[in-house]
Design a binder for this molecule. Structure first.
Ligand code: FMN
Length: 303
């Protein structure tokens, strides 16, 4: 399965077969995680394998995810990152590549940012360095495809926000200036956005918004406080933004577009950077509650 098919087929797997994943396959996933293309190259990210899934599951907070409506996975991957400006969107960008690789290898995963505390997981990450945070985890295993598991998935979906559906492009992409919705002006870019909108997000909130203007795409994300989008001081909405930017990047790569994102995660650290963000905000009408995450240059071939 190629990466685009993985984008189209990935879903949050919450029911797992008990069968363990062969060690060399888990190692291949981790190794792919080490080779990912980063959004912020200077930020160190690590993947830790918890071979005994039960150990992780026991430490998770009780919720629908950990109730009888889901089953533990044989293994989990715990993602940690140095805490530096841009680290959340960088981790989202990197880990989604790992997740899609696992999907392409026939494995099930599910982003988990909500049902753990760092304290409870810390002893499973013995090599955690000073200044490094536990950001997200994912189960790893073969999806249980039995009728019972399928029914439990439906039950979870009915109880979830928007039942797993995605917002239309006009609600997440603007043309030239914030209030003007994108209406599919360019076929290739439209397809790239279709792949982007399939990105998973915390509570399926899809907090991202892109602006196509002046031969570039600007990625922004809604930072307004909402249920669970900031936990233990970590802005999970920025992680969601990084995941969507990853989908955009991979789809652009599949189109053989040469560009890549320039992260603006560090801009707020300097006065000059702050001014630059403010200029962009007023030029493109970006509301105050949206953080500006990055810029992607459009190829010359685009009209
Ligand atoms: C950052 C992040 C954190 C998430 N945390 C949880 C979680 O704690 N529990 C859970 O069941 N799902 C979690 N999810 C999965 C989302 O609910 C899921 O991606 C979304 O509803 C879309 O469904 P899909 O992944 O099947 O396309 C999380 C997703 C993301 C991106």
């Amino acid at each position: 399965m190629n990466i685009i098919a993985a984008i189209e087929r990935r879903y949050s797997v919450r029911h797992y077969d008990k069968r363990p994943v062969p060690r060399d396959i888990v190692r291949q996933v981790i190794s792919a995680g080490r080779d990912v293309y980063p959004l912020c190259p200077g930020i160190r990210v690590h993947w830790h394998t918890a071979w005994a899934g039960e150990e992780v599951r026991r430490r998770l907070t009780r919720s629908l995810t950990t109730s009888g409506l889901s089953t533990p996975a044989p293994h989990y991957i715990i993602a940690t990152s140095q805490e530096r400006p841009g680290f959340m969107e960088n981790l989202g960008f990197c880990m989604e590549q790992l997740i899609l690789t696992a999907t392409a290898m026939g494995l099930g995963t599910c982003w988990i940012g909500g049902v753990f505390t760092e304290e409870k997981l810390r002893d499973l990450v013995p090599r955690l360095r000073t200044g490094e945070r536990i950001v997200a985890i994912t189960p790893l295993g073969y999806a249980d495809t039995s009728a019972r598991a399928r029914m439990a998935r439906q039950l979870l979906l009915w109880g979830s926000d928007r039942m797993g559906s995605r917002k239309p492009l006009r609600d997440i992409v603007s043309r030239d200036i914030w209030p003007v919705p994108w209406t599919g002006e360019d076929e290739n870019l439209d397809w790239i956005f279709q792949m982007t909108r399939l990105a998973p997000s915390w509570g399926n909130t899809q907090p991202w918004r892109f602006i196509v203007a002046e031969r570039q795409v600007i990625a922004t994300v809604n930072s307004a406080p909402q249920r669970g989008n900031i936990r233990e001081g970590k802005p999970y909405y920025r992680l969601d933004g990084g995941i969507a930017m990853c989908h955009f990047y991979l789809a652009a790569q599949a189109m053989r577009w040469p560009g890549q994102w320039t992260s603006l995660g560090n801009e707020r650290a300097t006065r000059r950077g702050e001014d630059r963000l403010e200029q962009m905000r007023s030029r493109y009408g970006i509301p105050d509650e949206y953080d500006i995450l990055g810029i992607f240059p459009l190829p010359d071939s685009m009209s």
